[in-house]
Design a protein around this ligand. Structure first.
Ligand SMILES: [Zn+2]
Length: 137
């Protein structure tokens, strides 16, 4: 984007910028960003769509994580812990959670909405239901 200043015949200062949507040269007010309302709304629609896609993808990953944690509770109901590979094989995303609670012993409780898990050693996690009132066991 260029930002050059030129003097007109009557010595008024004009700013030359480019439209943030189409790149056309803009003449006039220094704070002008678009050719017109059409370019302004096109630009914002594209920007909003990109942000919406990011939010939608993140929600989708969180929903899948919650579903897998719920399934794991059912599948491994007779066991105290669940193998991490079981979650990994099904596409669980360990990067996505709704809350991460650090414990005094440097371990973490990872929360996904109303279900939480905590690593127990290197290969297994313990999964349990979580609410705002929940406290570490
Ligand atoms: Zn434009």
């Amino acid at each position: 984007m260029s930002d050059s200043i030129s003097l007109s015949a009557d010595d008024q200062i004009y700013t030359t910028l480019n439209c943030m949507n189409c790149g056309e040269t803009l003449m006039g007010r220094r704070d002008k960003k678009f050719c017109d309302d059409h370019c302004r709304s096109l630009y914002h629609n594209v920007t909003n769509a990109a942000q919406y896609n990011l939010i939608r993808k993140t929600h989708s990953l969180l929903r899948r994580n919650r579903r897998l944690l719920l399934q794991a509770i059912g599948v491994f109901r007779d066991q105290n812990v669940i193998p991490i590979y079981w979650l990994m094989q099904r596409g669980f995303s360990f990067q996505h959670c709704t809350q991460r609670i650090e414990q005094l012993d440097d371990t973490h409780i990872i929360v996904c909405y109303d279900i939480a898990y905590q690593k127990q050693g290197t290969d297994v996690v313990q999964i349990f239901f979580w609410s705002a009132d929940s406290r570490a066991a």
